[in-house]
Design a protein around this ligand. Structure first.
Ligand code: SF4
Length: 449
C-alpha cells in the first residue's frame, strides 16, 4: 500500500505521525510524499484553534480532490471532538479517536505492528527514518489541568506516561537509525511520571536518557512553568541537553492568568527564569502568549506586554484567542473583538522580532555546535546548508560539502532577515556511528520540513 501522511498542530502530533510512518514502512508499505500517488491518506488533526480545525478539514478536501480513489483515515484532537462532522467529509473511510490512535496502523492495514521492527526501515534510511535528522518522541499524552481556554485536555484525556525503559529503547533505536537529535514531546511533558506517583518523573527520565543512550542531542519540547523546580536546570550540566526552553506563559498579567486558571504568576515565572539563566549559559527561552482572552482590558494587555518585555524572551508564539466549544472561556463575558486581537497580536509580533534579534546578536562572534539539516541551494562557493544551534537558532552557512545530519562547530557571524549566517569551523566527530546498514551520513540530500 502507498500511504501519504500529514499532520496539523503540535510536536506531539508530529511525533505520532513519525511513529506511524515507521510502522507502515516496517510492514513493507511505502510512505509517499505526493497525495496523487497514495492509496491511503492518514491525517493527524488538531483542534486547538478554529484555524487548526479549518486547516484539518482543508487537508481532507484537498486530498480528496487530488485523488478521488484514495481512502482517508482521520485521527487526532479534531477527530476526537467532531467525529460526525469528519465522517461526512468526502472520501473519509475511518475516524479513529485518540485512545485508539496508537493502533491506527494495525486498524488501517489489518496487520500486527511490531513497534521496533527496525530492519526494513534501516535499509532504506539515509539521514534517519523519513530522511530526517531530528526525531520527535512521544513520552506522555493527556493533561490533568483545566486551563479555561484549552480544548486539548478535553480531546486528549488524563495524563499518562510511557515507561522509562520503553523510551530508552526507542532513543537507542533511533540513534542506530542515524538520528542526531531526539525531541521529547507530550501534551503536558512536565507532568511526566505523575501518573506513576513520581513528581520528579521528568528529571528521572532525562537522567536515564542521558546515561543509557548515546543520542548526541536531547531536546525537551514545551514545559508548563509550574512543573519545574529550580534544581531541574542542573541537568543542563550535560551539554547533550539542548539549551532551549519553551515555557508557555499565555499572559504576563496576573489577573488574566487567574481567569485562564494557569498555575503561575509574574513572581513565580520571574523566579523560574532567573534560576534557568543562572544554571544554563546562553539558554534561549521562548514562550506562548494568547492575546484577546475574554476580559483582557487594555490595561491587562499593557501589563502583559511589559512583563513579556522584562523577561527578554528569545521569541514568542502568539495566538489570538479562539473560542472553542466546551471550554469554560467560551462562556465567559467580555469576549474581545477580532480587530483588537489583531492589533495586540501585531504589537507582540513586533516585540517578538525585536527580542529574537537581540538574543541572536548576543550570540554573534561565538562558536556554537550546529546540527545541519538540509541544503537549500548552491552558490559558486558551495552548498547553502541550514541547521539549528542547540539553543534553537536557525543558521545558514555556505560550505563545499552538503552537511546534512552532521554536527559542526560554527562561528556565528551576522543576523540578517531572521536568520544567523555562520562559518563552519570544524565538523565534530559522531559519538556513536549508526549501524553500517545505514547509508553514509555525509552527502545525503535529505531534508527536514
Ligand atoms: S496545561 Fe493547560 S493548556 Fe496545557 S494541555 Fe493542560 S489544560 Fe491545556
Amino acid at each position: 500500500m502507498k500511504v501519504h501522511l500529514r499532520m496539523v498542530g503540535c510536536r506531539l502530533n508530529q511525533s505520532e505521525i513519525d511513529t506511524m510512518a515507521r510502522q507502515f514502512r516496517a510492514l513493507g508499505h511505502e510512505v509517499v510524499a505526493s497525495p496523487e500517488e497514495a492509496d491511503h491518506f492518514v491525517l493527524n488533526t488538531c483542534a486547538v484553534t478554529n484555524e487548526a480545525a479549518k486547516t484539518s478539514r482543508k487537508f481532507i478536501r484537498d486530498f480528496q480532490r487530488s485523488n478521488t480513489n484514495g481512502a482517508i483515515t482521520v485521527t487526532g484532537c479534531y477527530a476526537q471532538i467532531a467525529p460526525v462532522e469528519i465522517r461526512h467529509l468526502p472520501g473519509v473511510q475511518r475516524v479513529i479517536d485518540n485512545s485508539s490512535k496508537s493502533r491506527l496502523v494495525s486498524l488501517v492495514t489489518g496487520e500486527t505492528v511490531d513497534e521496533f521492527d527496525a530492519e526494513p526501515i534501516e535499509r532504506q534510511s539515509g539521514t534517519g527514518l523519513l530522511g530526517k535528522t531530528r526525531a520527535f518522541v512521544k513520552a506522555q499524552d493527556g493533561c490533568d489541568n483545566a486551563c479555561t481556554f484549552c480544548v486539548t485536555t478535553i480531546a486528549r484525556g488524563q495524563g499518562r506516561s510511557r515507561s522509562i525503559p520503553d523510551l530508552v529503547r526507542e532513543l537507542n533505536y533511533l540513534r542506530r537509525s542515524g538520528y542526531q537529535e531526539a525531541v521529547l514531546t507530550g501534551v503536558h511533558l512536565g507532568s511526566y511520571g505523575h501518573d506513576f506517583g513520581d513528581r520528579q518523573g521528568l528529571k528521572r527520565l532525562v537522567e536515564a536518557l542521558l546515561s543509557e543512550t548515546t543520542m548526541p542531542r536531547i531536546r525537551l519540547s514545551s514545559l508548563e512553568p509550574w512543573d519545574l523546580r529550580p534544581d531541574f536546570f542542573a541537568l543542563w550540566k550535560n551539554r547533550r541537553l539542548c539549551r532551549h526552553l519553551h515555557l508557555p506563559l499565555q499572559s504576563g498579567c496576573d489577573a488574566t492568568l487567574k481567569r485562564m486558571r494557569r498555575h503561575t504568576n509574574q513572581a513565580q515565572f520571574r523566579a523560574l527564569i532567573s534560576s534557568a539563566r543562572a544554571l544554563i549559559p546562553e539558554v534561549r527561552i521562548t514562550t506562548d502568549v494568547i492575546v484577546g482572552f475574554p476580559g483582557e482590558t487594555e490595561d491587562e494587555f499593557a501589563e502583559s506586554e511589559r512583563f513579556i518585555r522584562e523577561m527578554e524572551f528569545g521569541g514568542l508564539h502568539i495566538f489570538r484567542y479562539s473560542n472553542r466549544p466546551g471550554t469554560p472561556a467560551n462562556r465567559m463575558r467580555h469576549q474581545i473583538s477580532n480587530d483588537v486581537k489583531k492589533n495586540r497580536s501585531n504589537k507582540l509580533l513586533a516585540l517578538s522580532r525585536q527580542m529574537e534579534r537581540q538574543f541572536a546578536e548576543r550570540l554573534l562572534g561565538t562558536v556554537q555546535s550546529v546540527l545541519w539539516e538540509q541544503v537549500i541551494g548552491a552558490t559558486p562557493r558551495g552548498f547553502i546548508n541550514t541547521g539549528y544551534t542547540d539553543n534553537y537558532m536557525r543558521v545558514r552557512a555556505v560550505h563545499p560539502r552538503d552537511l546534512s545530519n552532521i554536527v559542526a562547530s560554527t562561528r556565528l557571524d551576522t543576523f540578517t532577515a531572521g536568520e544567523i549566517h555562520g562559518t563552519v569551523k570544524e565538523v565534530l566527530p559522531i559519538l556513536d556511528p549508526p549501524d553500517s546498514s545505514v547509508s553514509a551520513i555525509a552527502g545525503s540530500s535529505a531534508s527536514y520540513s
